[in-house]
Each structure stands twice: as C-alpha cells, then as structure tokens.
Design a protein around this ligand. Structure first.
Ligand SMILES: [Zn+2]
Length: 136
C-alpha cells in the first residue's frame, strides 16, 4: 500500500534500496500468495487469484479491463512491516506482499488501532461531562 504522507518521514532515506532488496529476496513475488509483481490477474472471492492470461509487463489493465467476467488487476508488490513500525527495517521484519495479502495482514491491526482511538475519544468525552453526567 502506498506510504501515507504523514508517515513518509518515518521511513529511512535508503528505503528504495531496502525495498529493492526485499523484492529481490522474494523473487519479485508476493510472499503471501505467490503472485508475481506486475502480473495481470483476477481475484477470486476467497483471495486466490487467476492469471489473466497476459503475463508480466503486458500493458495496463485498461487494455484488458475484464477477463472471464472479472475485473483485471495489475499486481504492484508492496513492502509490509510485520510489527507495523516503518522505522524497523530489519529484513526479518519486512515482507514482499501484493495489495490483497498486505491488506489482509494489516486489517486486524487497523481494527485494533481504530478501537483504541475510539475508546480514547470516548474516555475524553466522558471526562468532559460535569460530575453526575448530563442534566436531565
Ligand atoms: Zn499476495
């Protein structure tokens, strides 16, 4: 997934080299589902994928928007942090993942982060109430 602008400063200056090293280690494939980088695919509802029959570097999906009744997606491998910490660029903390595998891995963490944020806001709101709560 693209690096959020507010997180850019958290990545090391040589991120582009680190990224290339991890992609090389993974053989330019997703370390989750094995899909090759830049492949044109369709996704099955269970997260598995089909080669859309065009292979690598075979152009933009707009040239083949549908295949077998499904939307064609161009795979762009991303680098995921197992501990969700952009500063931790140890090779053992990094994974080459397609968008789907990266999203699946981050989803649980996003849910936790959202729940924590919501709980913090709620606590803040309750503290702001006068003693005894709202007047009736
Ligand atoms: Zn994958």
């Amino acid at each position: 997934m693209p690096i959020r602008p507010e997180n850019k400063a958290r990545y090391p200056a040589d991120w582009i080299i680190i990224r290339a090293t991890i992609l090389e280690r993974a053989g330019h494939k997703c370390e989750g589902c094995g899909v090759p980088n830049h492949w044109l695919i369709t996704r099955n509802p269970d997260g598995t994928w089909n080669d859309a029959g065009r292979g690598r570097h075979s152009g933009h999906p707009h040239h083949a928007p549908m295949w077998d009744g499904r939307k064609v997606i161009r795979v762009v491998l991303t680098i995921g942090h197992l501990d969700h910490t952009p500063e931790n660029c140890a090779e053992s903390n990094l994974k080459s993942w397609c968008q789907a595998c990266h999203n699946r891995y981050d989803a649980a963490h996003r849910r936790e982060t959202r729940a924590a944020t919501r709980a913090a806001k709620l606590n803040g709101a309750q503290r702001a109430l006068p003693l005894g709560g709202l007047p009736r």
